[in-house]
Design a protein around this ligand. Structure first.
Ligand code: MN
Length: 130
């Protein structure tokens, strides 16, 4: 069963925390520190979902989301934006770029995994719901 999650995040501390919380819940985490590498890994690894930072070097999260949406074989993997941007316009912009949902930083370790599971395709997500 696919339990792979791809995290595209350039901040090491954020990556460490998200990876720790998700691996503890039984997910296999693949990390990429920039958008180009993230897109490459998404195509290679076919993750269940993609967690995407917005403020990234070179390609920003909007550009990465738009690029990911061009690939039909990734259609079933929701893109979850994880960002410190808190303004309404930014939220609309990332959803317009193709993200399924949005989680705000700083990450709340108590609720983070449950928030991610909410966005997963139901069939697979249910196995992690406990
Ligand atoms: Mn960042």
């Amino acid at each position: 069963m696919n339990n792979r999650l791809l995290i595209i995040e350039d901040n090491e501390q954020n990556m460490y925390l998200m990876r720790f919380l998700l691996e503890k819940s039984g997910f296999a985490v693949i990390g990429a520190e920039n958008g180009r590498k993230g897109i490459e890994m998404a195509l290679q690894c076919k993750p269940l979902a993609i967690l995407l930072d917005i403020q990234l070097p070179e390609m920003n999260g909007y550009e990465v989301a738009a690029e990911l949406k061009k690939h039909r074989d990734l259609d079933e993997a929701p893109i979850i934006a994880v960002t410190s941007y808190a303004m309404v316009g930014d939220r609309e912009q990332i959803l317009a770029a193709g993200a399924t949902g949005y989680i705000e930083k700083p990450i709340n370790p108590e609720t983070f995994v449950a928030e991610i599971i909410e966005y997963l395709p139901k069939k697979q997500g249910a196995d992690h719901a406990a």
